[in-house]
Design a protein around this ligand. Structure first.
Ligand code: AVI
Length: 323
C-alpha cells in the first residue's frame, strides 16, 4: 500500500517549483500518489463543505451532536475563560458554536488561508465582542510556534472534524507531540479538544466516502483539475473513476482514482506517464480508530487525564486531554 505524502493541510507557503517537484515525484512513483492537500482548491473546499451535508457523511453532524449534547461537561473539562486555539479554523463555525459553553477569554483561529480566515473573524467579532480574537495565517502542520500575543498558559487547542485521521498514525503521533510541546510543562489548565472518527461497519464507512450523489467522486476528481493547473498537465476527468472504500486491515479509508482505460498523461517540461486500464492513483487516507487506540495515542504523545464523549451509536468520539 502507498504511503501518501503528508500533511493533509494545504501548504501555499512552498514555491511553485517545490509543488511541481512534489507532484511529479508522486505521479512518477511506482504506486502513483497525489497528496490530499491538493484536494482543497476553491472548488474542492466547496465540495468538501457539500460532503459534510450528505446523508452518508456522518462525521460532521455526529460530532456536532456530541458537542451539543455534552457541552456543559466538555466546558467543565476544558475550563471556561481559556485561550482557544483553533487548528484549521476555516470559517470558525465549529468553535463559534462552542463559545457560549466554553466562554473563551481569547480565540486564536489558525488557518493557511489567512484572507478567508480574517473575513470570518471580522464577522464573528461583532457577534462576540467580549472575546479577544487573534487571527493567525500559517501552516500549523509545519510547526506550532505561536506569537507572544498568545498567552502561554491556559492554552486549549481545538482540532475537530477527525482531521487527525488524514495523518498516518505515526504522523498523527508526531503532530500530537508538537501540540503537547506548545503547552508549558505542568500547566494543567492547558489541553487539547479533538474529534476522532471510530471504526465501524464497513458498509457505513464505504458509503460515507462513496456517496450516491457522487459528491465525494467530484471532490476526488477535482484534484486532477487542480493538478492540471499546477503542473500544466492534461488529465481528462472522463478517463478516471473515483474509488473510496474502507481497508479494514489498515483501519483506514482509502481514496484512489482509477484509470478507466489506458491513459497517457503529459505535463510541463516534457513530463509523461502511461497508466494502464485499472491503474490507481492514491489520493487520500482517512484513518479510523478504536476508542482505546486513540486514547493510547494521546497518552503516547504525553497527554494525560483524557475524558471522552461519544454518540449513542459510538461512531465518533470527542476527547479532551490535559497536558
Ligand atoms: C477533512 N477530512 C477529515 C475528511 C475525512 O473524512 O477524512 C476528508 C474527506 N475525504 C473524503 N470525504 C471527506
Amino acid at each position: 500500500m502507498t504511503q501518501l505524502p503528508q500533511p493533509a493541510q494545504p501548504d501555499h507557503c512552498v514555491s511553485l517549483d517545490e509543488i511541481a517537484n512534489q507532484l511529479v515525484a508522486g505521479l512518477m512513483s511506482p504506486h502513483a500518489a497525489i497528496s490530499p492537500k491538493y484536494l482543497y482548491d476553491v472548488l474542492g473546499s466547496r465540495l468538501f463543505a457539500a460532503i459534510c451535508e450528505l446523508p452518508e457523511y456522518y462525521p460532521t453532524r455526529t460530532e456536532a451532536a456530541i458537542f451539543e449534547q455534552h457541552a456543559a461537561h466538555i466546558a467543565d473539562a476544558v475550563g471556561r475563560g481559556a485561550t482557544l486555539i483553533d487548528l484549521g479554523a476555516g470559517n470558525c463555525a465549529k468553535a463559534a458554536r462552542l463559545f457560549p459553553a466554553l466562554q473563551p477569554r481569547q480565540y486564536v483561529p489558525i488557518d493557511i488561508s489567512a484572507k478567508f480566515l480574517q473575513e470570518a473573524v471580522t464577522c464573528l467579532q461583532h457577534q462576540f465582542p467580549q472575546i479577544e480574537m487573534t487571527c493567525l495565517g500559517m501552516d500549523f502542520s509545519a510547526g506550532l510556534e505561536l506569537p507572544a500575543s498568545v498567552p502561554d498558559e491556559r492554552r486549549q487547542f481545538f482540532y475537530p472534524g477527525s482531521s487527525i485521521g488524514n495523518f498516518t498514525p505515526l504522523d498523527a503521533l508526531m503532530f500530537l507531540q508538537r501540540i503537547r510541546k506548545a503547552i508549558r510543562p505542568g500547566d494543567s489548565g492547558s489541553g487539547l479538544l479533538i474529534g476522532v472518527d471510530l471504526i465501524k461497519d464497513k458498509a457505513i464507512l464505504d458509503a460515507a466516502y462513496d456517496d450516491a450523489l457522487g459528491v465525494t467522486a467530484a471532490f476526488n476528481l477535482n484534484l486532477l483539475l487542480h493538478v492540471n493547473r499546477l503542473l500544466d498537465a492534461d488529465f481528462r476527468l472522463s478517463d478516471w473513476r473515483h474509488r473510496g472504500f474502507y481497508n479494514a486491515g489498515q483501519q483506514r479509508i482509502e481514496m484512489h482514482l482509477e484509470a478507466r482505460s489506458d491513459v497517457t498523461v503529459c505535463w510541463q517540461n516534457g513530463g509523461i506517464r502511461h497508466f494502464a486500464q485499472g491503474d490507481w492513483i492514491h489520493t487520500e487516507n482517512s484513518y479510523k480508530y478504536t476508542q482505546h487506540g486513540f486514547v493510547d495515542l494521546l497518552q503516547q504523545a504525553g497527554f494525560g487525564n483524557v475524558q471522552s464523549w461519544c454518540d449513542p451509536r459510538q461512531w465518533f468520539m470527542v476527547c479532551h486531554a490535559q497536558a
